[in-house]
Design a protein. Structure first.
Length: 373
C-alpha cells in the first residue's frame, strides 16, 4: 500500500508532522509512506537527508500565495499527472493549509481518495491565518474520511455538522523523532521547567505566572518560557519572577531536541486546547508533563505516569508544580513505537478498499463526493 502524506506549510509543526506520518507509515511492512512538502518548508533546509517525493512550489508570503492560487487551472492538471506517476492508493493531509483545495481537485482528477487530519475544530484566540476555518471546513466536507486526534475535536466537528456521511478515524499524534536525551534531573541542579510554544493568551501564561509566584519563594526552580508572540503584561509578570527567563523568539525545528533535553518537565497552563504537539513531544522524550484539564489534553495524557493534570486555576497549577518535584523520574523505556502507525494504516487500508469497491466517478473540479450537504 502506498500512502501519500501532504502538508504544504512553511514553518512550525505542520511539515514535521507530515514527515513523521510518512516515516511512521514506511515503518509498517508492506506500506510505503510518500511525502509532499512545500519547497519553502523550513524542515527541507534543516534536514537535507529528508526525502520528499513530491516537492511543491507554494508561496513565500501573501502576494505569492494569491499568485499561486490564481494559477490553479494550470497547477491542478500538472499536479494530477504527478499524482498518477506516484500512484498512491490513498492520500492523507497531515494538517490543513491554505492551498489544500487545489490538492483536493488534483486528487479527484487522479482518482485518489484522501483523509484529513483535523487538529483543531475552532481557531484559538490570536492564532491561525485569515479564513483558516472556512478553508478547513471546505476541505473536510470534500474529504473521504476525517482523522481526529481527540474525542473533544470529534464532538466539536459533529456539532458543526461536518461529520455527516464521513468515515471517522480516531488516531493520535505521531511521536516525534527526537533521539535519545539525558534522563530527567541528570543535570544535578534545581528542577527545570519549560513552557514552550506560541506565547498567546489562551496558553494561560497568566495562570503560569500566578502559580510560579506561589511556588518559587519556597522552591527554587529554573524556568524557561520559550516561543513567539506579542509582548504582554503576562510575559512582563513572568520576567519579574526569580529564576524565570522569557525568550520571545521563533524557535526553529532543529532546536526543539535541545530544549527538551534541557527540561525536567514541560508545562501546559492552557485555558483551552484541542491536543498538543508539545505534550506529545514531552511524553515521547520521557519528560514530566503538567497540563490543565481542558479540551483534549487529559485524553492525550491518558494514564501516562509522567503526566500530572490540574484544574484551570493558579492554586491547582501551583499544587501540581510542587507535586511533580516529588515524583521519581519517568521510565525511559520505548513508548508506543509504530503501534499508532499500524492502527492508522489499518483504518486507511479499509478506506482505500471501500473506495476501490465503489469506483470513482467524481467530477475532478466539482464540489466533491460523497458530500450530501
Amino acid at each position: 500500500m502506498r500512502i501519500l502524506v501532504w502538508q504544504w506549510g512553511r514553518f512550525g509543526a505542520g511539515p514535521r508532522l507530515g514527515a513523521d506520518f510518512a516515516a511512521g507509515f514506511s515503518s509498517i511492512p508492506g506500506v510505503t509512506g510518500l511525502l509532499s512538502l512545500s519547497t519553502a518548508a523550513e524542515i527541507m533546509r534543516l534536514v537535507p537527508a529528508l526525502h520528499c517525493d513530491l516537492p511543491i512550489a507554494t508561496y513565500r508570503g501573501p502576494i505569492s500565495y494569491l499568485a499561486r492560487a490564481a494559477t490553479a487551472p494550470v497547477f491542478v492538471p500538472r499536479l494530477a499527472r504527478d499524482l498518477r506517476r506516484l500512484a498512491p492508493d490513498l492520500a492523507l493531509c497531515a494538517m490543513p493549509g491554505p492551498l489544500d483545495l487545489a490538492m483536493h481537485a488534483a486528487l479527484r482528477r487522479a482518482g485518489v481518495p484522501y483523509a484529513v487530519v483535523v487538529h483543531d475544530a475552532d481557531t484559538h484566540p490570536g492564532d491561525g491565518y485569515p479564513l483558516q476555518m472556512t478553508l478547513q471546513r471546505m476541505l473536510v466536507r470534500r474529504a473521504d474520511a476525517v482523522v481526529v486526534l481527540s474525542d473533544h475535536v470529534r464532538r466539536r466537528l459533529a456539532a458543526q455538522g461536518l461529520l455527516e456521511a464521513k468515515q471517522i478515524i480516531r488516531s493520535v499524534l505521531p511521536p516525534p523523532a527526537i533521539g535519545p536525551l539525558p534522563p530527567v534531573r541528570a543535570h544535578g541542579g534545581p528542577f527545570r521547567l519549560l513552557s514552550f510554544g506560541r506565547l498567546l493568551a489562551y496558553k494561560g501564561l497568566d495562570l503560569l505566572a500566578a502559580a510560579l509566584a506561589q511556588v518559587l519563594p519556597e522552591t527554587p526552580m529554573m524556568v524557561r518560557v520559550v516561543g513567539q508572540g506579542p509582548e504582554s503584561a503576562d510575559l512582563a509578570a513572568l520576567r519579574r519572577l526569580p529564576g524565570v527567563t522569557v525568550e520571545n523568539r521563533w524557535v526553529p525545528e532543529a532546536e526543539i531536541p535541545e530544549l527538551l533535553a534541557w527540561a525536567d518537565a514541560l508545562v501546559l497552563s492552557h485555558r483551552e486546547a484541542s491536543q498538543s504537539g508539545v505534550a506529545a513531544a514531552a511524553l515521547a522524550s520521557h519528560r514530566f508533563l503538567l497540563a490543565t484539564r481542558v479540551g483534549g489534553l487529559a485524553e492525550q495524557a491518558g494514564d501516562n505516569p509522567a503526566a500530572v493534570l490540574c484544574d484551570v486555576s493558579a492554586e491547582s497549577l501551583a499544587a501540581a508544580l510542587r507535586h511533580v518535584q516529588t515524583l521519581a523520574p519517568p521510565p525511559s523505556e520505548a513508548g508506543a513505537g509504530a503501534s499508532w502507525a499500524a492502527s492508522l494504516v489499518a483504518d486507511l487500508r479499509n478506506l482505500a478498499r471501500e473506495k476501490e469497491g465503489q469506483g470513482s466517478a467524481l467530477d475532478p473540479l466539482g464540489p466533491a463526493a460523497p458530500d450530501p450537504r
